[in-house]
Write a protein that binds this ligand. Structure first.
Ligand code: PLP
Length: 287
């Protein structure tokens, strides 16, 4: 695998950073995962704009222009195409505050950020077939993460522990609930529910990551005249939903057929999911 570190491309096995990097010491950094299919990125503009928002929130100066980020992404796709042998390739990019020589919470101004990126093969996107698509089973649990979940921070311990909670229960994800019993998101995905034909997803605020797939799903449906309501989703609504979906860059739209060991709706993948994935696929490269 060819990776990128600071100013150069190099074999991933040879990439080295100092243990005094604040990314390692404090999780003081921001990351993105940009999906590509057949070499074409999905949601690139939105990913770069969220990266900028995260860097702004941390007061880290963006080390690259938008053009340079785009060049980096396509170079990594190209350099790894032969070796990865996959149509679906994710590009991970991380910017940490940089390397220091003493460990202190307060950070020095204007040290050069550490930039690291690499390419990896991802699962194929969902097939447009109710009977063949991979389905997800989830549990629910209290969201125990911090109050700044809108920042795509590399400090992911809360998410890692929640993901593991789902895995220990034999599930592929966990849907998190805030102290009011409302859905926030999953450990690495946003959540949508469908009830009586109405598609809903929690509103953007500090409790959730502004998922790019979430945005592309909303925007592509809108292009075809279908509205998604952005409003709080109670546990009761989740339990009574006809359909539940998880969205993320690698999963696109994944149907959930079981929540807390109870079937969602009929227990089968729903028609609205099929409509949504078709609409998403029609527009994902243009949005
Ligand atoms: N929520 C969390 C906590 C995530 O880590 C992710 C991404 O992996 C998402 C939502 C989905 O975001 P995106 O669609 O931008 O991949």
């Amino acid at each position: 695998t060819t990776a990128f570190l600071n100013d150069s491309y190099l074999p991933l096995e040879e990439a080295r950073i100092s243990p005094m990097d604040r990314g390692f010491l404090f999780g003081d950094g921001i990351y993105e995962v940009i999906p590509t299919l057949g070499g074409k990125p999905v949601g690139m503009g939105a990913h770069l704009s969220r990266l900028q928002d995260g860097l702004d929130a941390l007061s880290i100066t963006n080390p690259k222009s938008e053009t340079e980020w785009r060049e980096l992404v396509s170079a990594l796709v190209q350099k790894n195409a032969q070796h990865l042998q996959s149509d679906s390739v994710g590009i991970y990019i991380q910017v940490s505050r940089g390397t220091v020589m003493n460990r202190a919470h307060g950070y020095p101004e204007d040290i050069p950020p550490t930039v690291f990126a690499f390419a990896f093969a991802t699962a194929a996107p969902p097939v447009e077939d109710i009977n063949k698509v991979s389905v997800f089973s989830v549990i629910t649990g209290e969201d125990k993460r911090w109050q700044r979940c809108n920042i795509k921070s590399t400090s992911l311990l809360g998410n890692v522990m929640h993901f593991q909670q789902g895995k220990s229960a034999g599930k592929q994800e966990i849907i998190l609930l805030n102290h009011r019993g409302e859905v926030t998101e999953a450990s690495a995905c946003n959540v949508f529910v469908v009830k009586d034909g109405v598609i809903m997803t929690p509103p953007l605020d500090n409790q959730i990551l502004p998922g790019i797939t979430r945005k592309l799903v909303i925007d592509s449906l809108k292009l075809e005249g279908i509205e998604v309501q952005q409003k709080p989703i109670t546990k009761a609504l989740l339990d009574n939903a006809d359909e539940v979906w998880l969205t993320s860059s690698s999963k696109e739209i994944a149907p959930v057929t079981s929540v807390d060991d109870k079937p969602v709706g009929s227990g089968k993948v729903g028609d609205v999911w099929l409509q949504a994935i078709r609409v998403f696929n029609r527009h994902k490269f243009e949005l």
